[in-house]
Design a protein around this ligand. Structure first.
Ligand code: ZN
Length: 222
């Protein structure tokens, strides 16, 4: 089983990817984790990546594709879930090309779709402890005492990334870059839309049902 997971920031991609991997015995290939691991290497590639990340810039497509291609080729005999890759149309095209060459095409692309209003609320309710970095949510995961960390009593704060104006821009940018990617996978009949506006357990239930029903008798499962 070879899957890719798409979804805006705050859609719970990482959490759902972990659950899929656990339930179906797949490898979780997170582009963020791979970049962070590569960055720590004292190799020419590691140094290049460090330059981009430390300057707050996106790693260019070509470099990202290179890293993913090495990893995917090494692990092609095992099933995997891609998380955070592909992120652009050219990454998606490169991925299709490498998987076709390996005769192991993608099986399904799961698109976690979340109502923008729900997404905004998720971010706006987020609070973080400046001391131990625990993350809370005023509605979904409130601390025992309002605005106070359960572990050390520190006053909770809002991360700059979670401010409404920043969140709105991030969501808009995501939708602009993802639109051609969705069209690409929809035209190849690979896309499976999942409503990810509910709780983690609800969303997981939808994904699991979908994967199990697709899996029965699907030859591409091999
Ligand atoms: Zn704390």
């Amino acid at each position: 089983m070879r899957l890719a997971l798409l979804g805006p920031p705050g859609a719970g991609k990482g959490t759902q990817a972990s659950r899929i991997c656990e339930a179906f015995d797949l490898l979780h290939l997170s582009s963020g984790d791979l970049l962070r691991a590569e960055k720590l290497n004292n190799s020419p590639l590691g140094k290049k990546i460090r330059e981009y990340i430390d300057n707050g810039r996106f790693v260019p497509d070509e470099l990202m594709i290179n890293i993913m291609q090495n990893k995917i080729t090494a692990l092609i005999r095992q099933g995997f879930v891609l998380d955070g890759f592909p992120r652009t149309l050219s990454q998606a095209e490169a991925l299709a090309k490498m998987l076709t060459a390996l005769q192991r095409p993608l099986w399904l692309v799961v698109n976690l779709a979340v109502d923008p209003a729900v997404l905004t609320r998720r971010f706006e309710g987020r609070r973080i402890c400046p001391v131990c970095l625990s993350v809370y949510h005023i509605e979904l995961m409130p601390p025992m005492v309002a605005d106070v960390c359960d572990h050390d009593g520190a006053r909770l704060v809002i991360r700059p990334d979670d401010l409404p104006s920043v969140v709105r821009t991030r969501i808009q940018t995501y939708h602009q870059t993802i639109a051609p990617l969705l069209a690409f996978y929809r035209s190849g009949a690979l896309l499976c839309d999942i409503d990810a506006s509910g709780s983690v357990d609800q969303v997981w239930g939808l994904i699991k049902n979908r994967l199990e029903s697709c899996g029965a008798g699907n030859e591409r499962l091999q």
